[in-house]
Design a protein around this ligand. Structure first.
Ligand code: RB5
Length: 367
């Protein structure tokens, strides 16, 4: 995980000690300062510096330090998408992750000792947010932020967003594939086109790095996608229908495959095929499953990818049912879900209503 650290002069000694601990736990640390306790500095400057790393997706989570922790937590919580928790006990730290999905931990160097700070840090880094009613509560906070500030809050590290992409072009093409008289050929082409159009939105938080470019006029600074890139993982077989549309825009993405079938007796998804890129743990992963119905196969696929080391996972579907969204959000609260439509629900056979029927059959002409 990429952890950003920031402190004022009062928090500096504790930051230095915790930095070593966080690195020792195998995390990538980005220390934005301050780097001494000699000069008195203003804590808001350092909390803004650190939190902007999270908001711009250069860090997954952050830890801030000042004398009491109060100033840092007040200022960090002014930043949309930052959920900073000032913790004086391991219990509060654990709950701040489980229930509140805090993405910033704040520690007061003059109010707690170093041993307690270390214990708090360890439990906070190791705890993942819970779904269910806690997810609903976190989404209410996010909704409040978005409505009151008229912005879209995008935070990595806390995850769990459900984004319906209402772009007119996507909605227009979606209506055509819903139509039962659309031919297999048109259906196939349109699914690829919709998946391609969705790339613009699902790739919004990819990491960028500054590069030097020489234009015909002069040298300039520009941006390039940084680090390990993307992995696209279609859930067989319907997910295959979205792969080409995405690869057209991100041609260097690696492609993994996951095959699942539903055991007729237990109704549980059983995986029969799984081949993922070796470095899956270092990639941003887009799991493709056009129809998020009960959520059984999507959730099982995500669990499988996590077992292979996958961390930054986004689920991309064309049509989602509330039942599927609920299941994936509950079982994988840090996974963002992108869909072109959120439909009414499922019928008795488990099909999404109104949906578009069986995406696999319609893509491959098997019915
Ligand atoms: C600095 O003296 C102190 O006010 C600051 O570190 C912090 O405790 C503020 O909340």
């Amino acid at each position: 995980m990429r952890v950003v650290l920031g402190s004022d002069h009062a928090g500096f000694p504790m930051k230095d000690a915790i930095k070593e601990q966080v690195q020792g736990l195998g995390h990538e640390v980005h220390d934005v300062g301050t780097f001494s306790s000699d000069k008195s500095v203003d804590y808001p400057d350092w909390s803004m510096k650190a939190t902007s790393e999270i908001i711009s997706n250069r860090a997954d989570r952050g830890i801030l330090f000042c004398g009491t922790g109060v100033g840092m937590s007040i200022s960090a919580n002014k930043v949309p998408g930052i959920y900073a928790a000032l913790c004086n006990s391991e219990y509060a730290a654990k709950m701040s992750r489980l229930h509140n999905g805090s993405n910033v931990l704040v520690l007061g160097s003059r109010t707690i000792g170093l041993d307690l700070a270390r214990a708090i840090t360890e439990v906070w880094l190791a705890t993942e947010p819970e779904g269910g009613r806690h997810l609903v509560r976190r989404q209410k906070i996010r909704l409040y932020e978005e409505e009151s500030l008229k912005i879209e809050v995008s935070t990595c590290g806390s995850g769990g967003r459900v984004v319906v992409i209402e772009h007119p072009l996507i909605q227009h093409k979606l209506s055509i594939i819903r139509d039962k008289s659309t031919s297999v050929k048109d259906f196939r082409e349109l699914v690829q086109e919709i998946a391609g159009l969705m790339v613009y939105e699902i790739s919004r938080n990819l990491h960028l790095e500054e590069i030097d470019v020489e234009t015909p006029i002069c040298p300039t600074k520009a941006f390039s996608l940084s680090g390990k890139k993307l992995a696209v993982v279609p859930v067989l077989r319907a997910g295959l229908g979205m792969v080409e549309g995405i690869l057209r825009l991100v041609p260097n993405a690696k492609v993994g495959h996951i095959g699942l079938y539903r055991d007729p007796e237990s109704l549980k998804p059983i995986d029969y095929y799984c081949k993922l890129p070796n470095d899956i743990g270092e990639r941003d992963i887009f799991v493709l499953d056009p129809m998020l119905a009960t959520g059984g196969s999507a959730s099982a696929s995500i669990a499988h990818i996590k077992r292979f080391g996958g961390k930054r996972i986004t689920l991309v579907c064309l049509i989602a049912a509330p039942e599927g969204v609920e299941k994936v959000s509950r079982e994988h609260p840090s996974v963002d879900i992108f869909a072109a439509a959120l439909d009414n629900g499922l019928n008795e056979q488990g099909y999404i209503v109104p949906g578009l029927g069986d995406a696999g059959d319609r893509l491959f002409g098997t019915k």
